[in-house]
Design a protein around this ligand. Structure first.
Ligand code: C5P
Length: 283
């Protein structure tokens, strides 16, 4: 059973408040792009084994794909073992939900491989226990996500031509929890205009889409890692209609109006950065 696990970017991200459970109430539009991992799920006699060739990524309890397999196996009362193979392309801890995408693919893969016939709502419950972004990764496409991020309201595909992005992931990891913990509403200078953003998205109006975009977590990450701000500036100078951080960072993406300017930006940025990805909406 082989599955494709696409990365996500946050086209909008707003924080509405802190919750009693320690999480933050968020409102975000997530969008899948065609930067993908491949996930294979195989049967084995016993136990759960995760294999990959990504340095710095655990194969045990700390790996979300492992936890997804264990949780679903327990929940479904499966006795057989599982082998999970990950072919990683999405950078780790980069604001692209790579781990969450793999976990969602593991859930879908096991559900099919073992003919569990779990309803989507049931899988979503399991997904939400694994992480705030995992339910979106199960649904895919573009969606407006609220609560911790786990309440997923799908949106139609962008009504204009396929969106073109250049993603740049600087070579440092950003721990999501510490960015959320350092968030102060009074430090926010730009919030997304979600209503106008969604209207423009449905109408296929690229200029209005980019005008409505913002990510309030930039108020934290740009202060802690000034390189993120410099990268945004560089993408804007290279012709991006909008350059924004994804999630809690450090990945920054530029939205481009045409393939030629995106290719040029990709070429220039590759001189300074190891992880540059020209990609598109995942359809
Ligand atoms: O849900 P997930 O495990 O991906 O979240 C990682 C961390 O990010 C959480 O432990 C929490 O500190 C923070 N977070 C938050 N509010 C959210 C989502 C994540 O504070 N809505």
């Amino acid at each position: 059973m082989r599955k494709t696990a696409p990365a996500k970017i946050n086209l909008t991200l707003d924080i509405l408040g802190r919750r009693p459970d320690g999480y933050h109430e968020i409102a975000t539009t997530m969008h899948q792009v065609d930067l993908t991992d491949a996930v294979e799920v195989h049967s084995r006699a016993s136990g759960i084994v995760v294999q990959h060739d990504q340095p710095g990524l655990s194969s045990g309890e700390d790996n979300l794909a492992y936890r997804a397999a264990r949780l679903l196996r327990d929940q479904a009362g499966l006795s057989r073992g599982l082998l999970i193979r990950l072919e990683k392309h999405i950078p780790l801890a980069a604001g692209l939900a790579g781990g969450s995408a793999d976990a969602a693919a593991v859930l879908q893969g096991i559900n099919q491989l073992c003919a569990l016939r779990m309803e989507e709502a049931e899988l979503r419950d399991v997904a939400a226990q694994l992480g705030s972004d995992v339910p979106f990764c199960l649904t895919g496409g573009t969606a407006f996500c609220t609560g911790r991020g786990e309440i997923v309201q799908p949106l139609p595909d962008f009504a204009g031509p396929r969106l073109i992005f250049v993603l740049v992931t600087p070579d440092f990891l950003v721990p999501t929890a510490s960015v959320f913990a350092a968030f102060r509403p009074e430090a926010v200078t730009s919030r997304p205009d979600e209503a106008n953003f969604q209207r423009a998205f449905r109408q296929g109006d690229l200029m209005a889409v980019t005008a409505g975009m913002a990510n309030v977590l930039e108020s934290v990450s740009l202060r802690l890692w000034p390189e993120i701000g410099r990268l945004q500036q560089q993408l804007a100078e290279l012709g991006a209609l909008k350059a924004q951080m994804s999630g809690s960072g450090p990945t920054v993406f530029g939205v481009f109006a045409d393939e030629v300017s995106a290719e040029r930006a990709e070429r220039v940025l590759k001189q300074d950065y190891r992880q540059v990805f020209r990609c598109h909406s995942y359809l």
